[in-house]
Design a protein around this ligand. Structure first.
Ligand code: URA
Length: 307
């Protein structure tokens, strides 16, 4: 790891309990106030509305709903996928967002206040995806995320933001007035499981086409998969028996999800509970940054070649 760290990165390492030494001048610089207005990231928020209203915006799901008028666990077991994968696969970002907002493919839709599509730089008005080289994938919205319609707004989100900030990445595209590399943050599930229980297999299956389309549209240079549900969802096709493979064994390597490199790390909520793991987890964003640098360098070389 480079020791050419700025004050913020050092603060981050301290928070992660990675011991570092630095001279008084750096401490003084770190203590100096840096009052700069932060641009706000753009959560894809959905005002609470009825399922009927939401479905009016998502004709594909209305059709799917008509074919399967009851969403119950028994029906889900009998009906492999309510989310029409073919339709989702051709949606642009704006349409995908609407489809998620109106989704009633599983029983989670009965309990949610908001769907949580993701957060990141503002998407362009033409319906295209936001510009973000980084995609961070978590598990599912919790209570606060459900209320606010934005992923990772609690303590785990604070740790995640600090970890990203330490490597110059941000959901806002900048921090404290300094430009950062932009990240989109999304979850495997777009709706909160009641009581913050684990996602069900059927729920993950219904939501998978949305996540896949988000990746296809964003074309990030690197994905960070946080925690076992993100890892199992993203690596199901490339890691044999991923369900039974301990997450620790998948860290430190670069995996693939539909042509995009994936780096595995612990879920920040777990890191909040485990100080030793929190210190060790620092290598994961560093590995992701190596991947990003290599892909960026390769892209620059290709562009130079093409003139
Ligand atoms: N945990 C997650 O996995 N996602 C969130 O959005 C919040 C907490």
């Amino acid at each position: 790891m480079s020791l050419n760290l700025d004050a913020r990165q050092r603060a981050m390492l301290e928070e992660m309990h990675v011991p570092v030494w630095w001279p008084e001048s750096v401490v003084a610089a770190a203590a100096a106030p840096v009052p700069a207005p932060e641009p706000t990231a753009t959560p894809v928020r959905n005002a609470p509305r009825s399922i009927a209203e939401a479905m009016a915006d998502a004709p594909e799901l209305v059709a799917a709903r008509a074919a399967s008028p009851l969403v119950s666990p028994a029906l889900l077991a009998a009906t492999p996928l309510v989310v029409p994968t073919g339709a989702v696969a051709s949606m642009d970002w704006a349409t995908l967002q609407q489809a998620v907002a109106g989704c009633v493919a599983c029983t989670l839709s009965n309990h949610r206040k908001n769907t949580v599509f993701g957060v990141g730089p503002a998407a362009p008005a033409d319906g295209g995806p936001p510009q973000a080289d980084w995609l961070i994938v978590g598990e599912a919205p919790g209570e606060n995320e459900d209320l606010q319609g934005e992923p990772f707004v609690g303590q785990a989100g604070k740790l995640l933001d600090n970890m990203l900030k330490a490597i110059g990445v941000s959901r806002h595209g900048s921090e404290d007035g300094q430009p950062h590399k932009a990240a989109c943050i999304v979850n495997v599930l777009k709706c909160r499981p009641p009581g913050n229980r684990n996602p069900g297999v059927d729920e993950v299956a219904q939501c998978a086409p949305y996540l896949r389309r988000q990746v296809e549209l964003l074309q990030p240079k690197v994905i960070i998969a946080m925690g076992r549900f993100a890892v199992q969802s993203l690596l199901a096709e490339t890691v044999p028996d991923v369900q039974a493979t301990p997450l620790g064994r998948l860290r430190g390597q670069v995996h693939q999800y539909h042509g995009v490199p994936v780096v595995v790390t612990h879920h920040p909520a777990y890191l909040l509970r485990s100080l030793p793991e929190k210190a060790k987890a620092w290598v994961d964003p560093c590995l992701a940054m190596d991947v990003w640098k290599k892909r960026t360098a390769a892209q620059v070389a290709v562009q130079a070649e093409l003139g």
